[in-house]
Design a protein around this ligand. Structure first.
Ligand code: ACO
Length: 419
């Protein structure tokens, strides 16, 4: 603790340091502070050393930070290149001395230089990332369903529109899942791409050290025409009441669909399995259809509602030009960005087919930080609400309402994935 901050080296790791970096990562996340050879070998297959930062005190790694290339779907369906940030830790002995701040500055500068439009992350704790220009841009919700209360007819587990549901194995999921997910994420603002490794890890083909694995059931939904439109992965426990009553819980690990019919069919299927009296939904969109797919929506109790995907705008022009808008109109924004990455005054000329955005010297209508712009960018938050909170400032009366008419969306953004 006595070493001065400037004596601590913050830099990309070398291949030979991945083991020490992984030990520091496990330490920071309060996992057993050792590393196996298998873990190092596995990590070496996907991390990019030049984007894997460490802080080294006397040669020992005491902080970790990693980023990788990602695509994030903007409103309207265009994917934008994102700098996805993960594995952020500072060892307890070295906290609150600016190490995260140094790693973040290095990474965001490199991302800006590369031309990434935004940076993204899932925040462990709310207060950490706002100071770096990130804003919560998409939320998550989880429900617990009391199956007997749903009012569903449990004798009818299959769709009655000609569609069907089949159980398949992990190998089949690796074949049909990626194409289904591509269709979903290109239509879902806030969704991100999944690489081959995602499918391998999430079907048990690759089992990262220290992450327990239970083989899930996989239910695939096909429409009447035979097209794959939905996929649910779920695990079940084995819990019985003293009176010989089954009280089992099905926990959904992931459920993706490309049609409301598939969504309805998969939830009804999950609520129709014998012995299952509770279904835990896993992470859903904050405005998921789920509660209303049940005859008695109160059978689905909201158990989690929280911020999920945080976004940092790195290029205001490209970010605003990447999306479409609910209406046609113009708006002059004064974006304050203390880091110097993308601040300035911009004229947005927006419409349902896209937009043009450019620096301007016109009078600003709405002044806000880069973090607040990120919070508005995926369409989830209301500028009127942020103005009431004092987080955006109207320079012209009514500007927040104009911003809402342009930026807000009818369905909320959703990022189904953790990274
Ligand atoms: C995307 C992800 O990986 S999320 C995972 C994040 N990691 C964790 O939560 C693991 C446990 N926590 C940690 O490892 C560390 O506490 C970190 C990484 C969150 C912060 O690292 P530090 O090096 O301590 O941060 P740093 O010293 O740069 O802090 C900068 C400022 O943020 C504040 N800050 C940092 N972490 C927190 C926090 N968890 N809560 C509130 N404020 C925080 C500091 O107080 C400081 O404020 P100041 O400038 O007003 O003094």
């Amino acid at each position: 603790m006595s070493r001065r901050l400037e004596n601590i080296d913050v830099r990309p790791v070398t291949e030979g340091e991945i083991s020490d970096w992984t030990r520091a990562l496990n330490t920071g996340f309060l996992r057993p502070p050792y590393v196996t050879e298998a873990e190092v070998a596995d990590r070496g297959t996907y991390i990019v050393p030049s984007r894997t930062l460490g802080a080294f005190d006397d040669g020992r790694c005491v902080a970790t930070f990693r980023s990788f290339a990602q695509e994030l779907t903007a409103v309207g369906g265009r994917p934008v290149p994102a700098d996805a940030i993960s594995n952020v830790t500072v060892t307890a002995t070295h906290r609150r001395r600016g190490l995260l701040t140094r790693m973040m500055a290095l990474d965001l500068a490199a991302a800006k230089e590369r031309g990434d439009v935004v940076a993204t992350l899932i925040a462990a704790e709310y207060p950490i990332y706002g100071r770096y220009g990130f804003g919560p841009a998409a939320h998550t919700a989880e429900w617990t369903i009391d199956v007997p209360r749903t009012g569903l007819d449990r004798h009818r587990p299959v769709p009655d529109d000609g569609g069907r549901i089949d159980l398949v194995d992990g190998a089949e999921v690796r074949k049909l899942g990626p194409e289904l997910h591509e269709r979903l994420r290109r239509a879902q603002p806030g969704a991100i791409d999944r690489d081959d490794r995602w499918w391998q890890v999430n079907t048990g083909e690759i089992r990262p050290a220290g992450v327990p694995w239970t083989e899930p059931f996989y239910a695939v939904h096909r429409s009447a025409s035979g097209r794959v439109e939905g996929l649910a992965a779920y695990v079940c426990d084995d819990h019985w009441g003293d009176d010989k009553r089954p009280l089992n819980t099905a926990t959904v690990k992931g459920l993706i669909t490309t049609s409301p019919a598939a969504e309805r069919a998969l939830w009804h299927y999950l609520c129709s399995i014998d012995w299952i009296t509770t279904v835990k939904s896993g992470r859903r969109a904050p405005d998921d259809l789920l509660p209303h797919l049940l005859p008695d929506p109160r059978a689905a109790r909201l158990t989690t509602y929280a911020d999920w995907l945080w976004v940092r705008i790195l290029d205001v022009v490209k970010a605003l030009e990447a999306r479409t808008y609910a209406a046609t109109g113009t708006l002059v924004l004064e974006v304050v960005d203390e880091s110097g990455l993308t601040g300035g005054r911009y004229l947005l000329e927006a419409g349902p087919d896209g937009a043009q955005c450019a620096p301007t010297d016109r009078d600003a209508q709405l002044a806000l930080s880069a973090a607040e712009l990120a919070t508005l960018w995926l369409g989830d938050e209301s500028a009127v609400r942020l103005a009431a909170l004092g987080r955006v400032r109207e320079q012209q009366e009514g500007a927040a309402s104009v911003a809402d008419a342009l930026l807000r969306t009818s369905r909320r953004p959703w990022c189904p994935d953790m990274f």
